[in-house]
Ligand binder design. Sequence first.
Ligand code: HEM
Length: 216
Amino acid sequence: MTLSTFSRRGTEAMLALMATAVAAYAFIAYGLQPAGASVGEAMQQVYRLNPIVIHTHAFAAGLALLLGPWQFSTRLRTRRPRLHRWIGRTYLLAGIVVGGVSGLLLSRIAQGGWVAQLGFASLAVVWLYTGWRGYRAIRQGERAQHRRWMLRNHALTLAAVSLRIYIPLFLASGVPFEQAYPVIAWLCWVPHLVVAQWWLNRGRTSVAEALPTMAR
Ligand code: HEM
């Protein structure tokens, strides 16, 4: 195993771990506690008035976060292709479609004013779009394109992780929530898309080589 493969796998494992931790947070906070029990007072009030949409979103998007990393496992793809397909369908339908539409609905009532609301709404639209492109590509038998779109899509799913890292970081740096949140609503996903595109554009000889290889 080369040093770069070692560090790449380490990064992938760390991302998968963080994704699982945030998914676990969503399931526990919205499955075992009253809606919004773990967030600030203003958010809590909004969630109590909209329990269906917040619960739908937390569970569906949490599922996407939990399932996503497994889809990049070459071992799973090659040895258990049926499982890869079923996880993929669940990820796209339950995770992205339900999680994305509920995320879009939530963006209208999100904290942080119109800048934050636009940031979340844009994320939801791009999340749904990349998922749709990934699905369409595989239905048309274009595997390389499918992987590229799903990599972009999963980079966006990981916005949920960055968001929950940035909020305490901004607050600890003394930036008030009202100022931090509109910035974070964009910062949590735009750089992810840029990094995913950079990764895909790197001068690799084949797309398969350029994609993550978790648990190979
Ligand atoms: C990638 C597309 C996503 C969009 C567009 C989106 C959108 C939103 C919006 C607008 C809110 C309300 C924020 C507010 O009230 O100010 C929210 C809250 C929430 N989202 Fe998402 N979200 C996405 C992904 C995810 C993922 C992948 C998870 C996985 C766990 C997730 C879990 C949650 C949870 C648990 C909340 C409630 C707030 C909290 O307890 O932290 N979201 N989301």
